[in-house]
Each structure stands twice: as structure tokens, then as C-alpha cells.
Design a protein around this ligand. Structure first.
Ligand code: SAM
Length: 239
């Protein structure tokens, strides 16, 4: 019997989970160097594709994607920011600083707890609620639906974990009119058009899609404009 892509991903995640912070950090740097080797002295590549450190911690975003997130935060001013996949915690820290200044709060989940050990040092002084858990566990989804997203007026969920399409489908069903959904590692391709069409049917409009795609920013955002399929918080979630 064949093994599904999801099973392969789960195996890889479990394997990575056994690595130390230093080993995982080294692997991430090797990956980025290989992927963005051309970019060092090319200004366009530098801003659109270079992976950088933020607060001295490897951030798995480009400068452009951070700028894009900043724009979304400042236009929509979310009260709650939920990051799926903290990674090394650099973006989490950035979001926490934004939240502290703008009276919001951040929630972030990561399965490999050792990755955030450096960033965690400053989280005590910031409105960051961190969970070392599996994002697909029932326990976590209960926390999200019963605590994190309940009764908040403007929510921003940034899907940057193990399986972005699966995450977008889970979280779209939990959002209300005016809420924002975002994802990372976005590229213009046929498969991604499908998820755009799916979200459109669920009442979401993409936000500056052409611009992010033209800039190769690696991010995408949607705003829920209509309530077409209201999520019933008491009865669980849809996947
Ligand atoms: C792309 S990285 C996140 C990058 C981070 N948001 C940033 O901007 O620097 C994805 C993270 O998702 C985590 N992850 C993978 N499977 C997960 C799961 N089932 N539950 C929670 N986190 C998971 C990985 O360990 C990895 O650190």
C-alpha cells in the first residue's frame, strides 16, 4: 500500500522534531543558502527573496513578506493575531512587539518547542501566548475555538505551519466578517488558484493578490467580506 504525502510530511516533521535547536538552525541556513544563492548582491532578489535575521534570529520570511504583514496589520488593526508555526520565533517576536504597541495579542503554536528557545527570552514582556502543541490536535483546535477566537472583533490568522492549504481550510471556517486570513510560501500556480476559488466561495476576497504575486513576495492574504457558511462554535470545526 502506498504512503500519502501527508504521511511523508508527518514523518519528516517527527524526524525534525528530534533535532536540537543548533542542528535545526544549521539545516535551515543551509536550505536558505541553497535556495537563494543568487540573491546576495542583487537588490531585487535581496528585498523580495532574501531570508534574513530579525532580532538576530533566523526568520523564515523575506523582507517583502514582513513588509506585507506590516501593511495588513496597519490597515486592518487586528485585535488577535494567530500564527500557525512559530519556527524560530522571530516573526512571533515581531508580531508581539506590534501587538504590545497596538493593544493586540498574539497566539502562536509550534510543534518543535526547542526552536523558540532564543526568542522566548523576551516573550514574558510581550503579549505573546505560545503553545508547544500539534496544530492538528483536537486539544489545540478546542483552545482556538473556545478561547482564542471567541468574541474578538478583528482576527488575523497567519497560516505558516505544516500544511498551508489544510490550515486555510480549517481557519476560514472559524472567521467572521472583517477577519483576515494569510499564508506564507505562496507562489502563483494552478493549485493555488483552486484554494483562492475555494475561499471566494466561502466569502473571502484576496487582498492585493496581483501585487504580492508580481513581487514574488511569497505571501497572500484574504479578508472575509460575507458570511456564507457561519461556523457554529459549539459543535466543533470543519476540515
Ligand atoms: C515555515 S516554519 C514557520 C516560520 C515562522 N512563522 C517564521 O516566520 O519564521 C513552519 C513551522 O511549522 C512547524 N510545524 C510543523 N508541523 C507542525 C504541527 N503539526 N503543529 C505545529 N507546528 C508544526 C515546524 O516545526 C516549523 O517550525
Amino acid at each position: 500500500m502506498g504512503i500519502s504525502l501527508r504521511q511523508v510530511e508527518a514523518k519528516q516533521t517527527a524526524k525534525r522534531g528530534k533535532l536540537s535547536y543548533a542542528e535545526r538552525h544549521k539545516l535551515a541556513i543551509q536550505h536558505h543558502k541553497k535556495q537563494f544563492a543568487r540573491s546576495e548582491y542583487d537588490p531585487v532578489s535581496f528585498v523580495s527573496r532574501t531570508r534574513i535575521n530579525l532580532f538576530g534570529i533566523l526568520v523564515q520570511q523575506s523582507l517583502v513578506s514582513i513588509a506585507g504583514i506590516e501593511e495588513v496589520l496597519n490597515i486592518f488593526k487586528p485585535q488577535v493575531i494567530l500564527e500557525i508555526g512559530s519556527g524560530f520565533g522571530a516573526l512571533t517576536t515581531y508580531l508581539g512587539v506590534w501587538a504590545a504597541i497596538n493593544n493586540a495579542e498574539v497566539y502562536s503554536i509550534e510543534i518543535n518547542d526547542n526552536l523558540v528557545e532564543k526568542a522566548k527570552k523576551v516573550w514574558g514582556g510581550l503579549p505573546i501566548n505560545y503553545y508547544a502543541m500539534d496544530e492538528f490536535s483536537k486539544e489545540w483546535l478546542d483552545i482556538v475555538t473556545k478561547k482564542i477566537l471567541v468574541g474578538k472583533s478583528c482576527k488575523f490568522v497567519f497560516c505558516d505551519g505544516a500544511d498551508k492549504v489544510r490550515e486555510l481550510k480549517i481557519y476560514e471556517s472559524m472567521l467572521d466578517k472583517g477577519d483576515i486570513l494569510g499564508t506564507h510560501d505562496w507562489v502563483k500556480k494552478e493549485a493555488n488558484k483552486k484554494i483562492c476559488d475555494y475561499l471566494t466561495k466561502k466569502g473571502f476576497n484576496s487582498f492585493k493578490r496581483v501585487m504580492w504575486e508580481d513581487m514574488n513576495a511569497g505571501i497572500m492574504f484574504w479578508r472575509k467580506e460575507m458570511i456564507t457558511n457561519r461556523f457554529v462554535r459549539d459543535s466543533g470545526w470543519k476540515t
